[in-house]
Design a protein around this ligand. Structure first.
Ligand SMILES: Cc1cc2nc3c(=O)[nH]c(=O)nc-3n(C[C@H](O)[C@H](O)[C@H](O)COP(=O)(O)OP(=O)(O)OC[C@H]3O[C@@H](n4cnc5c(N)ncnc54)[C@H](O)[C@@H]3O)c2cc1C
Length: 401
């Protein structure tokens, strides 16, 4: 059974994606990260986008002694890895939160035996599990038997990069550099930002797919038509997270409200889970979170303002928990990934996965692509998948002289 079939069968059982990784690891999707190959390139590289993929690509270029510059549009690194450090008595992942594979991947990404990669991880296995169906909470605790997932115990995905990856690359990151034009018509690629013009022999584009889908970068010459046509087989649907602190805990470990696998199974429902964000974290604060992607997320993001989005969520919680949400409310934070400048959505959702190799194909040994959307199929749409794609892209770029 391949991963997709496995996920479909699991979907039929109502088991959600965030909880499947340990089971998935038995589906034969082991990834070997390339870290030993002949380096035949010695020119300059520009990496665009300081998200997981761009940071990892820069880190690997640094390890290979290559000159590079990392251009980031916003004023911070991380992209869809983002942290609210002082919201509660534990740090909150406003974007990626789960480690969707064997946590051994963390040491593989660090790729440096001299670093102590012993990171405190929790086995995320919720016990009180409900589904919200026909305006009723229904207990489904037996799902717990199928769950197996990982999270950082007292840190976040952001802290992982901050601690292990960024120290080696921080001198080469240029913030507030919004890439507007990439001119690859001559030997040197010219990258024009809102502030400057940079040149290099090769570039790695590690921005979200939305920069291509929404034409945020002007390519000279235009991208090959095969690539622009391939964009029709993928999108980056709406995505949202909300964290709410309450003075009392009145909720179970998780409530699944609708789907949790639509982007894998191509169902139209979208994904939505309401979960105890403090689960296993040694925290005193009561923090409940909403994670939603796709059609269900769009119902919120279409509302526009964070106030309206939050009011909708609170209304739903009050309905589910007999007004207790309003009664015990302390504070909240809304992270609308659709409205986030330079991101504009959640993560890649392929309706036609056969287009992925075309999308990820480099152009003229000058433009290379890295990011979650170019990861192996079993690792798509994840942080570690973005990292794996960076390993593969850097290998491809450095092998060709
Ligand atoms: C709500 C939500 C929950 C998620 N949960 C999980 C999870 O639990 N586990 C997991 O593994 N993954 C999760 N993911 C997915 C994960 O966050 C992404 O797959 C991963 O972070 C993507 O990394 P990336 O480097 O490909 O892109 P990004 O992180 O998007 O980085 C791209 C960077 O490019 C920059 N950029 C954009 N345009 C320009 C420009 N013109 N010039 C210069 N820079 C530019 C952006 O500012 C950004 O920093 C989640 C995502 C969302 C939205």
């Amino acid at each position: 059974m391949n991963r997709k079939e496995f996920l479909k069968q699991s979907a039929a059982l109502g088991i959600g994606l965030p909880f499947l990784s340990s089971l998935l690891s038995s589906c034969g999707d082991d990834v070997q990260l390339p870290n030993s190959f002949d380096v035949n390139f010695s020119g300059n590289v520009i990496v665009i986008g300081a998200g997981s993929a761009g940071m990892m690509a820069s880190y690997l270029l640094q390890q290979h002694g290559i000159n590079y510059t990392l251009l980031e549009a916003s004023d911070n690194f991380g992209g869809r890895v983002k942290k609210a450090g002082d919201f509660a008595d534990f740090p909150i992942d406003l974007g990626a939160e789960w480690i969707h594979t064997d946590p051994a991947i963390l040491a593989e990404l660090i790729n440096d035996p001299s670093q102590d990669a012993s990171i405190d991880i929790i086995n995320y296995r919720p016990e009180t599990i409900y589904v919200w169906k026909n305006n009723e909470l229904k207990k489904r605790n037996f799902f717990s038997n199928f769950y197996g997932e990982y999270k950082f115990k007292s840190t976040t995905w952001y802290d992982f990069f901050d601690q292990y990856i960024v120290p080696s690359i921080s001198d080469n990151i240029m913030y507030n550099e919004v890439v507007q034009t990439i001119d690859y018509s001559s030997d040197q690629v010219e990258v024009i930002t809102n502030n400057n013009t940079y040149t290099a022999e090769r570039i790695i584009l590690a921005t979200p797919l939305t920069t291509l889908i929404n034409d945020r970068i002007n390519f000279q010459p235009s991208l090959p038509s095969a690539k622009t046509e391939a964009l029709n087989g993928v999108d980056m649907p709406a995505g949202l997270k909300i964290f709410v602190e309450f003075s009392e805990r009145f909720y179970p470990d998780i409530v699944i409200d609708g789907g949790l696998l639509s982007y894998v199974t191509s169902e139209e429902e979208g994904d939505k889970a309401i979960y105890d964000a403090a689960f296993g974290k040694n925290a005193d604060a009561n923090v409940l979170a909403l994670f939603t992607v796709g059609v269900q997320a769009k119902e919120y993001t279409d509302l526009g303002s964070d106030e309206e989005i939050f009011a909708k969520f609170m209304g739903e919680l009050d309905e589910m928990f007999d007004g207790k949400a309003s009664q015990y409310y302390v504070k909240h934070v809304v992270q609308n990934w659709t409205a986030e400048q330079y991101i504009e959505g959640s993560y890649s959702h392929y309706t036609d996965y056969s287009t992925r190799p075309i999308l990820g194909e480099s152009i003229d040994n000058k433009i290379y692509f890295a990011g979650e959307a170019y990861a192996p199929e079993s690792d798509l749409a994840t942080v570690h998948g973005a990292g794996i794609s960076a390993f593969r892209t850097v290998e491809e770029l450095l092998k060709i002289g």
